[in-house]
Design a protein around this ligand. Structure first.
Ligand code: T1G
Length: 687
């Protein structure tokens, strides 16, 4: 069955693309488009061609699922050339998302008319490739060199109404302007009819349009792109090529980017970024399921986490009751929220109206009866079992029977919290990551008696909150913090074995982590993890187990909040503090830890090995039901470099043989309990 339909409306040939869910430019669609264009071109009754898409969106790019295989003909540049050189005017009618190859198709059409809500973008770099069919070059002629380069190197989508890009469209269609017409297609057809009557439409190739080079500060642009690209080398590769090719014709420059696109498709970075893309899609909540209704939400605790969680829900349009023990704590919490929103407004991230609306959605209270009718309560109080059990007993008493009771605990046993209620089936973990309104990761903790419908409702809710959710079981630190704690253990062990603080952090920054692990500890507070671990017996088989943190906490070095941690924060720029090196050496000597030489590579390998080892155990114990959850946790919870795909993706690159050998060596050095022998083949793809 063809993925395109064609029909005549008066003198207008309508070519409708219909390839759900996102009209991706698969080889079949490319072929069907070319066949349809050939037929239409032969029809002399045609005065203009209107190209549009059925469904919720225009073309969202090439079919990414085809990137693992050799590219098949017809290739997109053939479709682009046919559209650009079409004998009659071609008008693209745009809605939803116009991304990648979809934007390249639209830019090759002679005119573009759009729904004002349309997003346009060239996200190729976020997939480790570059626009392979002249999108950047044609956009330079439509919206100017700098705007086009920004769009192509950032990978971020923008609204067609954004001033820098509104030259892209010849008209924005909203039914207010044509109230008598039903739907976008009718608006589009009417626009083409009027333009034809006025003789305003002619075939015009974007590639032949003049290029206004303008004053582009390439040096500043290069620095800016490098900063935002983080571990992804592709944006700067594209920038350099576009700068080099500026004086060439679209066709010449396009052939260079095409070559780069084909080269990059099979690169490890592109494979890692594709892995991350499909990971996120695979684990997102299934569409169309009718979950339990959640309109109003209660949040217990207006501290840093509670306030940020309230913001998450208000950002998604939920009414929130924020409950605190005292008026003083409540007004401090509400004030922080106001400041946060006004800050986002002052930075232009939200409008003043959005700011006011979201603040108005969050109502404070010190009276539990105000959460009696909410559909979901999220407890974000002090991390103590006693405190949480008393809160849940109270909630069980006051909340309506259908309310779901969730806890944001990051370590504690949710089964024990649920036992404080008569409705353990309605108790679930909703573990946000700090700052909760920024971090994408959300751990949904499925406790022993949590009802499947409650878990499903939380998965659907996560989508509304624009979170990447993983569903996990109950254990110390659940999946995420358990793995991060194992990574932290290995980091501290390497400190005891002679690696320096700056060596460790620089090695992990070089690896592409968003922050060095010791700088992260200083930011979140060294005492937080220390106090959480203190509630559990220390493992005898691991004498160095977080002994460095213990030593710093005992020395009053809790991190940024005390001005001293692994670094010294008395100056604007944190400095390395010899006192810490002395403290660590003293602990290492007392424990008789054998010293060894470290370099960037050995630190990175050892850290990654620990991540993979703990991940395999988390999968083996069924704490996560899908192994894909591991990489999603690291990418969205701990700033693992996306261009490396995640620990499990990297494990596949390393290969089981070399991993087993490295773990065997560590087991000989540190023992089975720390480095258990694992059947890695069960968890790591080798195909
Ligand atoms: N190819 C294949 N499948 C795709 C796809 C694509 N381009 N985009 C989405 N899907 C699948 C997705 O996996 C999911 O599948 C379903 O569609 C719905 O997506 C030559 C080289 C468009 C904003 O990078 O950003 O063009 O889970 O759940 O939330 O120069 O999808 O149902 O099985 O995300 O409404 C550039 C990627 C390609 C766009 C819609 N294009 N897609 O979000 O739905 S490179 C992109 C998105 C390129 C050219 C180059 C989002 C979306 P399933 P969804 P959504």
């Amino acid at each position: 069955m063809s993925l395109v339909n064609t029909r005549m409306v008066g003198q207008i040939a309508v070519l409708e693309i219909n390839s759900p869910p996102v009209n991706a430019l698969s080889v079949q669609l490319r072929s069907d488009m070319l066949k349809a264009l050939t037929t239409i071109a032969e029809n002399t009754d045609v005065a203009a061609l209107l190209l549009h898409c059925a469904g919720s969106t225009f073309i969202c790019g090439a079919d990414i699922r085809e990137f693992d295989a050799e590219p098949l003909s017809p290739h997109l540049p053939e479709v682009i050339a046919r559209l650009e050189n079409f004998p009659v005017p071609v008008v693209a009618l745009l809605h939803g998302h116009v991304l990648g190859g979809g934007l390249e198709v639209a830019a090759a059409c002679h005119y573009r008319i759009a729904d004002p809500q349309t997003n346009i973008g060239l996200p190729e770099v976020s997939l480790g490739v570059v626009p392979g069919a002249g999108g950047a070059q044609r956009m330079m002629r439509l919206v100017g060199v700098e705007n086009a380069v920004q769009l192509a190197t950032s990978g971020r989508a923008v609204k067609v109404t954004q001033p820098e890009y509104n030259a892209f469209c010849d008209a924005l269609l909203s039914d207010t302007s044509f109230s008598h017409l039903e739907g976008l297609l009718a608006l589009g057809l009417h626009w083409v009819e009027l333009a034809l009557q006025k003789g305003e439409l002619v075939p015009r190739a974007t590639a032949n349009m003049a290029l206004d080079q303008g004053e582009v500060d390439w040096e500043a642009l290069t620095a800016k792109v490098a900063r935002s690209a983080k571990s992804n080398p592709v944006p700067n590769k594209l920038l350099a090529q576009l700068q080099r090719d500026l004086c060439l014709s679209v066709q010449e420059s396009e052939s260079h980017t095409r070559h780069l696109f084909l080269e990059l498709r099979q690169s490890l970075v592109a494979k890692a970024l594709r892995h991350a893309f499909f990971l996120e899609k695979k684990l997102q909540a299934p569409r169309g399921k009718q979950p339990l209704r959640i309109d109003q939400v209660g949040v217990i605790g207006a501290g840093t986490m509670g306030g940020a969680i309230a913001i998450c829900f208000a950002d998604a349009g939920f009414k929130v009751v924020l409950l605190e023990q005292s008026e003083q704590a409540l007004s401090a919490g509400l004030e922080r929220i106001k400041v946060q929103y006004q800050g986002s407004c002052d930075k232009g991230r939200i409008t003043q109206q959005q700011c006011d609306v979201r603040i108005s959605l969050i109502n404070g209270s010190c009276d539990y009866s105000d959460v009696a009718d909410v559909d979901l309560v999220i407890e974000a109080a002090f991390e103590s079992m006693e405190v949480k059990q008393s809160i849940f007993a109270k909630l069980d008493e006051v909340c309506k029977k259908s309310s779901i009771l969730a806890t944001n605990t990051s370590y504690l046993d949710i089964n024990l919290i649920a036992q404080a209620t008569a409705r353990p089936e309605s108790v679930v973990g909703m573990h946000f990551f700090s700052p909760a309104n920024i971090m994408k990761l959300l751990e949904i903790v499925n406790a022993d008696q949590t009802a499947p419908a409650v878990v499903e409702a939380m998965q659907q809710l996560a989508k509304k909150l624009r979170k990447q959710a993983v569903t996990v079981g109950v254990c110390f630190g659940f999946a995420a913090n358990r793995m991060y704690s194992r990574y932290g253990r290995e980091i501290q062990q390497m400190l005891l074995e002679g690696a320096s603080v700056e060596q460790i952090d620089n090695a992990m920054l070089d690896f592409g982590m968003a922050m060095g692990p010791l700088a992260v500890l200083d930011l979140s507070g060294i005492d937080i993890g220390h106090n959480a671990r203190a509630q559990y017996p220390q493992p005898e088989y691991d004498p160095g187990y977080f002994k460095v943190s213990t030593a710093l906490v005992n020395a009053g070095r809790l991190g940024r909040k005390t001005g001293l941690g692994f670094y010294n924060y008395s100056t604007a720029k944190p400095t390395v503090d010899q006192e810490v090196a002395v403290l660590i050496k003293k602990v290492g000597d007392e424990l008789g830890i054998p010293q060894q030489h470290f370099n960037t590579e050995s630190i990175q390998q050892r850290a990654l090995l620990a991540m993979i080892s703990e991940a395999a155990q988390v999968i083996e114990e069924g704490i996560v039901s899908e192994k894909e959850a591991i990489d999603l946790i690291w990418l969205h919870g701990y700033g693992f470099p996306r261009a490396k795909g995640g620990p499990m993706f990297m494990a596949e690159q390393y290969g089981i043989g070399s991993l087993q050998a490295k773990m065997e060596k560590m087991r000989e050095l540190q023992g089975e309990k720390i480095w258990p022998s694992l059947e890695l083949a069960q968890y790591i793809n080798q195909d």
